[in-house]
Design a protein around this ligand. Sequence first.
Ligand code: F6R
Length: 260
Amino acid sequence: MEIVIESNSERAGVLAARLIARLVREKPDAVLGLATGSTPLGVYRELVRMHREEHLDFSRVTTFNLDEYVGLSGAHPASYRRFMEENLFSQINVAPQNVFIPDGMASDVPGFCREYEDRIRAHGGIDVQLLGIGGDGHIGFNEPSSSLASRTRIKTLTPKTRQDNARFFASPEEVPHHVITMGVGTILDARQVVLLALGAGKARAVREAVEGPVTAMVPASVLQMHPSVKVLLDSQAASELERSDYYRWVYENKPDWQRF
Ligand code: F6R
């Protein structure tokens, strides 16, 4: 794992965007795994800026989103499809047929989940997966106790995650109980993972994921087993790390050819 601590959330988001942009420039038909929520907003703002001002071209890029609420159509204001349209897709030149997001209205959920996995494979797999982290250590919506080998499937949200996400809904009762999410195993198949965590509310989950044991009780901890993970943090999200001085020292002393 490579841990990078930036002074503020904006700089951490820009760094994540730069990693994604570099990949898209090197591989114009890259397959991106994308996340929703508050964390990636700065990443998407920067990608939109690069598209407008630096001609970053998404015309051959394919995207797969991590998750979607069961029971919400793409038109619902809190759906993740709507989130992606508003914050990224409508502002860049990605082709609509290259955008994949789990279908919260699928009538055959297990069948849909199998097809989603097949589709990722048919596109050659995900080149870079962008992740946030839940306050309970979830990635995607793989809540604590999720199988570390899980694939795309339906999951039940914990009361804490429903509460955390209530801010996107008109009232807390409206937060769906179920989601379709890529599994932990699906995420681990990505060739590169970029986990972004911002704010003090993530500090404990970050410490447990980075410095704690690998355990299904903190699904993000399994990223310790992935060969190419960058954990990008602002100083608040890094505030509970025991070895933050070492991570900073490593980053400052990287060989030039490894910089990003
Ligand atoms: C979103 C997702 C979730 C979020 C996590 C953090 O697609 O998969 O794992 O990344 O819940 O959410 P925020 O960024 O809103 O704190």
